[in-house]
Design a protein around this ligand. Structure first.
Ligand SMILES: Nc1ncnc2c1ncn2[C@@H]1O[C@H](COP(=O)(O)OP(=O)(O)OP(=O)(O)O)[C@@H](O)[C@H]1O
Ligand SMILES: [Mg+2]
Length: 251
């Protein structure tokens, strides 16, 4: 299994959108993919498995001692989806208590059916402890940032400086700059600054593209239904880099 954890210092930056579309793009490149949701709002299931009610998810499985595979449903383009599912407050709290690192590792491993399977995790910024444990197990970490002043102000402090620490100290952490809009000067300047000074810390840029939200509203992934849109091409380019970074020859 290859564990890919997608997180962000701020909410609402596009994590779930990127997880859903990267999962489909990696699948279309032939990789087996399971996407898992650690957000109790269940947004990932709405994007990747819109036809399922997803009531039984990883939260209830954890509380009841069931394997996470019991919660897996078939999603778009052959992506398997492990939803967070419905959960009482007690079940949510239990999830945080029970999932110490070894238990979390075992549960994640049980989702993958082959060594080259990518398990891609969507997270929520509010969940510090679980987030830390997930990141400790991750083979690759993607940190989603917006090309705006608020996100950039957080860069030096987030996880001790995504851009500032040398690559050799955190070779498996990459930024993704999302919603870049070349029509807006600040957005353009930030994208140019990163390209010039921190390109090796960023796995890619995703332009602002309304077709991402439009496809999501129809229950589709933009990389599948509008593959020539700028957002789909950006995401597919990132998927290509992830595929190369995580294929067995390069690990
Ligand atoms: N590149 C993009 N271009 C245009 N809209 C985008 C882009 N990326 C994300 N969005 C839109 O931004 C909104 C927030 O995205 P999303 O829900 O994926 O963020 P999130 O980081 O998962 O949020 P949360 O922290 O609440 O889980 C959605 O309406 C989504 O369609
Ligand atoms: Mg989300």
């Amino acid at each position: 299994m290859v564990l890919l954890v997608v997180s962000s210092p701020k909410g609402g930056v596009g994590k779930t959108t990127l997880v859903a579309n990267l999962a489909v793009a990696l699948r279309r490149r032939g990789r087996p993919v399971t996407a898992i949701d650690f957000d109790s709002q269940n947004a990932l299931r709405f994007l990747l498995a819109p036809g399922h009610d997803g009531e039984l998810g990883v939260a209830r499985c954890t509380a009841q001692g069931l394997p996470w595979s019991s919660a897996v449903v078939d999603g778009l383009d052959g992506v398997r989806v492990a939803p967070y599912g419905e959960a009482t407050t007690a079940e949510r709290l239990r999830m945080k208590d029970v999932l110490v690192e070894p238990t979390l590792a075992e549960a994640l491993n049980s989702l993958a059916r082959s060594p080259d399977e990518i398990v891609i995790a969507d997270t929520t910024p509010g969940d510090g402890r679980l987030q830390e444990r997930l990141e400790a197990l991750a083979d690759l970490k993607l940190i989603v940032l917006l090309a705006d002043a608020g996100s950039m102000a957080l860069v030096p402090t987030y996880r001790d400086g995504l851009m500032l620490r040398p690559m050799s100290e955190q070779p498996n952490t990459f930024g993704v700059l999302n919603q870049v809009d070349p029509r807006r000067r600040l957005s353009r300047d930030i994208a140019e600054f990163i390209a010039a000074h921190a390109a090796e810390r960023f796995i890619g840029v995703v332009h602002y593209d309304e077709s991402l939200a439009e496809a999501a509203a129809r229950g589709e992934a933009v990389v599948a239904v509008a593959s020539d849109s700028v957002g789909a091409m950006d995401i597919d380019a990132i998927a290509g880099r992830l595929d190369r970074l995580t294929s067995s020859g390069s690990r």
